[in-house]
Design a protein around this ligand. Structure first.
Ligand code: MN3
Length: 201
């Protein structure tokens, strides 16, 4: 079964002004599509052809770089679109809010840690909020790796992920990754993150 590009759960312009429509069109329609196409190409005729995306990601350390990078790219972007929303709540609530306060001291401190993880990831990568052994942690990964991979420095179940590749922000924010990281909080889908937290804890 070949992998396919999932539809965006909102219109390309829905996340403006935080993320502009053109960035979304290129990011979803070109970059994510390319990860899907290249993953299918790299898997064709191999032993891993019938594996699920989760199974592929879990064995990232023992598969070809093309499958690791494009499989990670497909998983990460499919996840990323889900944790963004035009009707964002701005702040988490309920049990997730309590868990964030207990792990980081406050929501503000959590955001500072997360933004720092994204800003200091050299080159291209992702910033993550994960559940590890029932607890929340902030981490980051290079390239298209993610915390579900056997090769991840810090492993856990992602409940929030932000793409810090230049293609995610360059048209609007140019080289100012910290400005993009500061603005992204306007469009985080906290109810989705809470749902993922509930399932992961
Ligand atoms: Mn991307």
């Amino acid at each position: 079964m070949a992998f396919t590009l999932p539809q965006l759960p909102y219109a390309h312009e829905a996340l403006e002004p935080t993320i502009d429509a053109q960035t979304m069109q290129i990011h979803h329609g070109k970059h994510h599509q390319a990860y899907v196409d290249n993953l299918n190409k790299a898997l064709a005729g191999t032993d891993h052809e019938n594996k699920s995306l989760e199974e592929i990601v879990a064995i990232a350390g023992s598969i070809s770089p093309a499958v690791r990078n494009n499989g990670g790219g497909h998983w990460n972007h499919s996840f990323f679109w889900q944790v963004l929303s035009p009707n964002a709540d701005k702040v988490p609530s309920g049990e997730l809010a309590e868990a964030i306060n207990s792990a980081f001291g406050s929501f503000e401190t959590f955001k500072e840690k997360f933004n720092a993880a994204g800003a200091t990831r050299f080159g291209s990568g992702w910033a993550w909020l994960i559940v590890k052994d029932g607890k929340l942690e902030v981490t980051s990964t290079p390239n298209q790796d993610n915390p579900l991979m056997d090769v991840a420095e810090v492993k856990g179940q992602p409940i929030l992920g932000v793409d810090v590749w230049e293609h995610a922000y360059y048209l609007k924010y140019q080289n100012k990754r910290p400005d993009y990281m500061a603005a992204i909080w306007n469009v985080i889908n906290w109810s989705k993150v809470a749902e993922l937290y509930e399932a992961a804890k």
